[in-house]
Design a protein around this ligand. Sequence first.
Ligand SMILES: Cc1ncc(COP(=O)(O)O)c(C=O)c1O
Length: 481
Amino acid sequence: MGKIFNEVDKLVRNNYKFFTTPGHKNGEAYKDLDFSFHHDITEVKGSDNLHNPLSCIKHSLDKLKNFYESKKSYYLVNGSTSGIQIMIFSSFNEGDEILIERGCHKSIINGIFLRKLKVNYIDREIYNLDFLNSKDDLKINYNKEDLFFNVIKEKIEKNKNIKGVILTNPNYYGIYIDQEKIYNYLNKRNILLLIDSAHGAHIRGFNKRLRCTNKYCDLNVMSAHKTLGALTQGGYLHVNNEKLIDKADLYFSIFTTTSPSYLIMESLEKALEDCTKYDQEILIKRCDKFRDFINENTNLYGLNNFYIKERSNNNFSFDDTRICLKFKNHNSNGNFLYEYLFSKKIICEMSFFNGVILIPTIYTKEEDFIFLEKCIKEFKSNQEIYDVDEIIFKACSLNYEKVLEPYEIENFNYEILPIKECEGRILFNDIFLYPPGTPIIFRGERILIESLKLIYKYQEMGFEVNGLIDDKYLKVIEEKI
Ligand SMILES: Cc1ncc(COP(=O)(O)O)c(C=O)c1O
């Protein structure tokens, strides 16, 4: 076999513990099943057809629809990314204006680019920073009710052209927003609510403390490969607004491969079945126990629903099946913890300026939780304290100036310049922090000095900033606008 095989094989054979996606945890979900390459078939008599489901796939999709209580549901075999393109194309026409979160996943930005939409932003990162920061001085005053709802309402009232809103729920960190009030408000005004629930497929089955994200929205996409047991790329798309079904059918057929993987479809079906087969409390209870251990025995703190509700005065909630650990007493670079755990053969989903995110699922082995607890207990973070207050301040005060819509960039040529010469120029391609894929500057925006400082700071801290060339250059449009 080749190099990719050998490298992956090394990780798997060396018994790394994956607190990352995919949720099936190195096949643990399938250990008692005869699930292998010989099921990798195509549409033949008896296997049904995802593009025209009439028998076994139809039966399975009916179960999906019933479980998530949608009007119509689809299996996605090209990731939530394809589901997001389908949602965007089904909901909007070229030139429509929409409202999105600035920290959204890049698949949303790409969808907006392809559909040629005009974009408006809500800043959600500032709330994340408040919850992830160790200090008690919060940037936002949470004494008011319906804070996030009011941010959306204000934007809609200011701009009567907005046709739809796309929200991420829950987000990478596990921060959750209640959609009911937002949806009811938008629905009365014929404004669509699309939910990127790439991290929320499991809530309906395994977190009764939160409402399923498919409850109050028009369309919803879930990565069943992230928090349930599907193979990588497996996802669910739900349509709740009957008027959008025809369009969703059309764009599903356009954005989905004509050779859907039967292995992925089988895994999507199994992931769904496991939502009712397993004890619904098992994961959340284990995560609660893990957090108790961490909070008592280490200088880290595990975010939980109670804490986020209290800190935000009930404006936000938290998905207690997500492990989001931050340093307790002072802010410190999450990369150190990430690298330390990697040296112990534990792989975290991602690190952030003050901690790490881990994704356990119902298939995570008890011995892996115990080993993780032991390793974190032995972590000596105070050996390398790294004060990141400056980065929090920079990220909070980040401004942006949209000069061109993302799709308008295509009409321009670019040149490549050293980063320090780019202030004031218009960016040609998105610059984002990876993971999680959070944008620092979007294509079409003016490059401001504060954004450049943030890029330098992230680089200094060892984070991966995508969209740069050789880490030193940027693509900017040739014309000086
Ligand atoms: C919030 C969010 N949305 C969408 C996606 C895209 O999902 P997929 O990898 O299933 O295409 C991701 C992937 O990381 C994500 O984190």
